[in-house]
Design a protein around this ligand. Structure first.
Ligand code: TYD
Length: 137
């Protein structure tokens, strides 16, 4: 599997009469070691999250409950993903601009990341992102 770009990854789903179970293991189902997990929830209708890129952080985004939209830009190339399957996540490599929107009520977005939190990791201005993206090519 090649993971240089934004990739939807389907996770195992173990079904039985008691319900479903999914799981992920670092460096197995997702292509990095997990240093952090955070989750976004109780997002009011119409609100968006994200609108930034990370200089050196990769993430894997999973809709644990409900659904939401992730729009990613790799430089000027845009793709939109509707996240609505609990066993399917989105791998987002470093230097990807991402915006989350259209959260359904009670949706929960789990994010696992290969870095611990650092404010210096963020690029919050899109034009600055494009400039740094082009420099990194
Ligand atoms: P931010 O990443 O800007 O949220 P979003 O991208 O979902 O809009 O983070 C919001 C606030 O939470 C900001 O003050 C930083 C803080 N934060 C942490 O302290 N640790 C974390 O792991 C994350 C992701 C955010």
């Amino acid at each position: 599997m090649v993971y240089n770009e934004v990739t939807e990854i389907e996770l195992p789903k173990i079904k039985d009469l008691r319900g479903n179970l999914s799981f992920m293991e670092e460096c197995q189902h997702i292509p990095f070691k997990i240093n952090r997990a955070y989750w976004i929830y109780d997002v009011p209708g119409g609100e968006g999250r994200g609108s930034h890129a990370y200089k050196n952080t990769a993430e894997f985004i999973i809709p644990l409950s409900g659904s939401f939209t992730v729009e990613v830009s790799c430089g000027e190339d845009n793709t939109t993903y509707r996240m609505n399957r609990t066993n399917k996540g989105l791998y987002v490599p470093k230097m990807t601009w991402r915006e989350l929107s259209d959260f359904t009520s009670n949706s929960v977005c789990l994010v696992v990341s290969d870095t611990t939190f650092s404010d210096c990791e963020y690029i919050r201005d899109f034009m600055e992102y494009i400039r740094l993206y082009n420099l990194s090519r």
